[in-house]
Design a protein around this ligand. Structure first.
Ligand code: FAD
Length: 289
């Protein structure tokens, strides 16, 4: 099933997982999927390490298992900067052969130790290429607070429009902790003529190291409500986990009440956290107007 059609039914609710590192057995992720599949997400997406920390075999294999073993619609992430056109064609063939219909088309982060191949510079070029070479549902990434490499949000939105014009049919956002950033972003992109559905990316923060790493990578701003919570509970793993889950639920209630097209949970392969959030918001998500 193509993800695009899901937005016609109402709010889309999805999970993101990552493949185990090359040094860990692939089975570890199946234990996670066993539990996530029970939570009835609309789809589960699988990341793909642009810098070679994971490989295409595991993303493709896991996405195929999501469909065939757990009965959930999969989406495979596909970063392009380290691939030639020929290599991307081969990956598309593998996705097709595995019954994967949904792709999140990405540029990927540039690794200073790996010189990018020159065939694709931006995700929009990959999107155009996928569109010309198969019948896939294509999603793109978007950044409510601007992509970290872009000097201003207006340029970033112009670049986002190129992805949608190239064929991205819906978008998944970078994580954010301040919903007002997301609402202001939505207003700007709608004015810019970007009218595709946008899923809000929510990361439940369950420990202090995780948040420090994430913020340094993506530059999300932290509201004082959030930083006070982290400071107060940082010495208690249980309290910080519960506060992080409560914060994510609070964000989702507000987003769904304000008509968000979808909620995409960065599960960090943690089914316990995904379950607590899903159970808390399920009736809201499934409540049709
Ligand atoms: P692009 O859309 O190409 O944008 C990259 C930068 O280039 C931006 O600053 C943009 O403004 C600029 N730009 C775009 N087009 C042009 C143009 N024509 N001219 C000038 N500038 C331009 N990474 C992975 O490696 N694997 C994953 O599985 C993965 N999953 C992700 C999932 C989500 C939901 C998100 C939000 C990100 C994910 N990433 C993943 C990270 C992503 O690869 C990085 O954020 C990367 O730096 C940018 O990717 P992009 O597809 O948004 O790039």
């Amino acid at each position: 099933m193509k993800i695009k059609s899901m937005f016609e039914r109402g709010t889309v609710f999805s999970f993101e997982i990552f493949p185990p590192k090359k040094t860990s057995p692939i089975e570890t992720v199946y234990n996670t999927l066993e539990k996530l599949g029970d939570l009835n997400p609309d789809f589960i997406s699988v990341t793909y390490g642009a810098a070679g920390s994971t490989n295409k075999v595991s993303t493709c294999e896991i996405a195929s298992a999501i469909k065939n073993k757990y009965g959930v619609v999969p989406a495979a992430h596909l970063p392009c900067i380290n691939y030639t056109k020929e290599e991307i064609l081969q990956i598309l063939d593998e996705f097709k052969a595995s019954g994967i219909e949904n792709i999140l088309a990405l540029r990927g982060d540039i690794n200073p130790d790996i010189p990018p191949k020159k065939d694709f510079r931006y995700a929009s070029e990959l999107i155009e290429f996928i569109k010309a070479n198969g019948d896939f549902d294509i999603a793109g990434a978007c950044y409510p607070e601007g992509h970290i490499e872009c000097d201003n949000i207006i340029d970033d939105i112009h670049n986002l429009k190129k992805k949608v014009d190239a064929g991205a049919e819906h978008l998944i956002s970078q994580l954010f902790f301040d919903n007002s950033c997301f609402y202001s972003f939505l207003e700007k992109i709608r004015i810019a003529g970007i009218n595709v559905p946008v899923e809000a990316g929510i990361m439940p923060v369950v420990n202090k190291n995780q948040i420090e790493r994430m913020v340094s990578l993506c530059g999300a701003s932290l509201p004082s409500k959030f930083t006070k919570m982290m400071q107060r509970y940082e010495h208690s793993p249980e309290a910080i986990r519960d506060a992080g889950i409560a914060y994510a639920i609070d964000q989702i209630v507000d987003l769904v009440s304000n008509g968000a097209d979808g909620i995409h949970i960065y599960t960090m392969n943690n089914p316990y956290v995904a379950r607590r959030i899903s159970e808390a918001v399920e009736s809201l998500i499934r409540c049709r107007k």
